[in-house]
Structures are given as structure tokens and as C-alpha cells.
Design a protein around this ligand. Structure first.
Ligand code: NAD
Length: 348
């Protein structure tokens, strides 16, 4: 008889600093990485304000603030970041903000090999992965490369207190998607399954608390821990949930919201074939209907519940179905183009 488990487990080399007020340590942490001319990467608006805080702490080690990150890292935005890194002769990148800022830092690091220090302020988990997603036209491309793993991550829950409820909810659902899928991919390991379950438990308890009251510091810290664990388990592999979100992202749909909307549907579909994942989710979410519990969270959160609300063009259902089916996903169950059409219609 064959054993159930066979796996490979790569441990990303990463230093993690977690504390309230930890941003004050950004200078010391940059020194550890021998960064003396940092390019600080952020999104515009509130992201830029976070970037300025980083510059203040860094003083002379801040070469420039490049607050031009946008979702899905379009090629032109990646090229702009690369140009800024060259022009400022940066010897390291500090990404502050959500997955968009971290994504742009990864795109620069992929071309230059510069070290990244990440200061994540949403729950999308990109800081813990070697995955870089970029868009070129209507297609999203993904590369995996150890070069883009942030060498150091500073988690400072205080920086998340002003994160709006809708972004907290959507990026938290993105984190939950990492956990749920990690429980049923066939490349899961005892480590990733354990971390995913723990992350799920924390998100289940604390994400609704954060959405209800963004100033709840302990719930904020709990969600940031969950996001770290969720990002870590994303490395173990992906299946239908992430493939669907990936193809929808290529069409320009907002990433976290797209993940959130399809998640209850994919969870219901895949849990039919994943009894171990079901048991873990039942325990973590304290519910006998995990897909229903996730749908309930989505319903109570101030974010869109349907693909029609985020600009999905119904005529693209066949395109998405064929793209996803071409991925030949088999775990925890095979997915046909018709299955995807059904899921998308339900989510629409
Ligand atoms: P985001 O980075 O786009 O941020 C959303 C908004 O929140 C932005 O306007 C930003 O300025 C604002 N914001 C961020 N932190 C804030 C704070 N503390 N206070 C106030 N406003 C704040 O959103 P996201 O969901 O974190 O990231 C989405 C991107 O991340 C997508 O491009 C997605 O593909 C990518 N992603 C990548 C991975 C990976 O492993 N490569 C994993 C998950 C997501």
C-alpha cells in the first residue's frame, strides 16, 4: 500500500520582524541588508503617505520615493519602476503597502536582483511568496523566482489601523483564498496544511472584527499574522481558485475582490472532493458548512458579492472557461470548461 503523503517543501529564506511600532526599525533592518540607497515603492494616495513615513525613518538612506505602483503590475508600470531604480542607483527596494507595491518591487528585483525589504499593510500575503504576477495586455503572466522573495518583512499592525474596511475585507478574503486552496492542493505538506488551518482560524475570528472596527488593534495584529501564514502557504501550490482569479485579473478585474466573489463558489465545488480540507475548515470556522460560512462573511462585508458588480463582461465566460480548463487542474477534482462556466454564471 502507498502512503498518502509525498511532498517537497522549500523554506523561503526570510527574516520577519513583527511588532507594534516596528516601522521605527526600518533603518536598522535596511542596514542589515546593506541597503544605503533605497528606492521606496508605494501606491499613490494613502500608499504615498506610508512611503513618506518610511523615508522619514530612513533619512539619508532613502534615495527616492516611487509612489506609482498599481494593481497587477502592468508592463509599463514595471518598466517605470526599473527606470527609477537605475536612475537613482538604488541598492535595495523598500515596498510599503499592499500587494500592488510589493508586486512592483518584485518586478524590479526580478530584473536587477536588488534585495527587497517589505512592509505589508494589507492581508494579501504577497510578501511571503516567490511569485511575481504582471499583466501585458489581457493576459496575466506569473513567474516564480527566489530573487523576488523579500529578504526581510516588517509587520507593524499600527500601519494597518487606517486601512479602509472594504480593503481590509477584500484583501482578507484574498488571504483566506490562499488558506482554503492550500488545504486541497495535491502539493500540500503537513507544514502548509497546519499553517493554513491556523491562518484560517485567525481570519475567521478576527477579520469580521477588523471590518466592524478598524481600530481594534489586537484583531488587526491577528489578521496580519494570518496574512503572513496565508502568504507562506501560497508557496505550496495553487488550483482552481487561484487559476480563476489569475485569468480574471488578466481581464483587469480587481484582484482581491475577484478572489472574494468566486471563493464561496469554488469552496463549495472543491470541498465535495476534499474531506480532509472540509474537516479542517469546519473546525477553523466553527461551522458545519464552511462554504456557507465564507459566503456569509462575504455577504456581511462592505464589498461586491457578484462579478457583475466589478465589471466582468459576461461575454468573456467562454474565454475564461477555456483558459482555466487548459490548466488541466485535477486536485482535489478535475475541472472542465463546463464546470467553470457554471461557477462563473453563479458568481455573476
Ligand atoms: P493593493 O496593494 O492594490 O492596495 C489596495 C489599496 O489600499 C491601495 O489603494 C493602497 O494605496 C491602499 N492601502 C494599502 N495599505 C493601506 C493602509 N495601511 N492604509 C490605507 N490605505 C492603504 O491591494 P492588495 O489586495 O494588497 O494587492 C493586490 C495585488 O497584489 C494584485 O496585483 C495581486 O495580483 C497581488 N498579489 C500578489 C500575490 C503574490 O504572491 N505575488 C499574492 C496576493 C496578491
Amino acid at each position: 500500500m502507498k502512503a498518502d503523503y509525498a511532498f517537497t517543501y522549500d523554506v523561503p529564506l526570510q527574516r520577519v520582524v513583527f511588532a507594534s511600532g516596528a516601522l521605527a526599525r526600518v533603518g536598522d533592518e535596511a542596514d542589515r541588508l546593506k541597503i544605503s540607497r533605497a528606492l521606496i515603492v508605494a501606491t499613490p494616495g494613502s500608499g504615498e503617505r506610508l512611503g513618506k513615513k518610511v523615508c522619514d525613518f530612513l533619512g539619508a538612506s532613502a534615495a527616492a520615493l516611487h509612489a506609482q505602483a498599481v494593481i497587477h503590475v502592468p508592463k509599463a508600470v514595471a518598466d517605470g519602476g526599473l527606470k527609477a531604480a537605475h536612475e537613482t542607483k538604488a541598492d535595495g527596494i523598500i515596498a510599503v503597502g499592499g500587494g500592488s507595491a510589493i508586486g512592483l518591487a518584485k518586478a524590479i528585483a526580478f530584473q536587477t536582483g536588488l534585495p527587497i525589504l517589505a512592509v505589508p499593510t494589507t492581508y494579501s500575503g504577497s510578501e511571503a511568496t516567490p511569485i511575481l504576477g504582471m499583466t501585458d495586455g489581457e493576459r496575466k503572466i506569473t513567474v516564480r523566482d527566489a530573487k523576488v522573495v523579500p529578504r526581510t518583512v516588517i509587520y507593524d499592525p499600527d500601519l494597518t489601523l487606517g486601512l479602509p474596511a472594504a480593503i481590509s475585507a477584500a484583501s482578507g478574503m484574498n488571504g483566506i483564498a490562499h488558506c482554503v486552496e492550500a488545504l486541497w492542493v495535491d502539493t500540500r505538506t503537513p507544514v502548509t496544511v497546519g499553517l493554513a488551518t491556523e491562518a484560517m482560524r485567525r481570519f475567521g475570528q478576527s477579520l469580521p472584527a477588523v471590518v466592524a472596527d478598524g481600530t481594534n488593534v489586537s484583531a488587526r495584529a491577528d489578521c496580519l499574522i494570518a496574512a503572513w501564514l496565508a502568504g507562506t502557504v501560497l508557496n505550496s501550490g495553487t488550483a482552481l481558485q487561484h487559476k480563476l482569479a489569475h485569468v480574471l485579473g488578466g481581464l483587469g478585474l480587481p484582484h482581491a475582490e475577484a478572489h472574494a466573489i468566486i471563493l464561496p463558489h469554488v469552496t463549495r465545488f472543491d470541498l465535495e472532493a476534499a474531506p480532509e480540507a472540509r474537516t479542517r475548515l469546519e473546525e477553523a470556522l466553527v461551522s458545519t458548512d464552511p462554504a456557507g460560512a465564507i459566503a456569509g462573511m462575504l455577504n456581511r462585508f462592505p464589498i461586491p458579492e457578484r462579478l457583475s458588480e466589478i465589471g466582468f463582461d459576461r461575454s468573456k465566460i467562454d474565454f475564461v472557461a477555456e483558459e482555466v480548463a487548459a490548466g488541466k487542474i485535477t486536485a482535489p477534482r478535475p475541472v472542465s470548461a463546463d464546470d467553470v462556466r457554471g461557477l462563473l454564471s453563479a458568481a455573476y
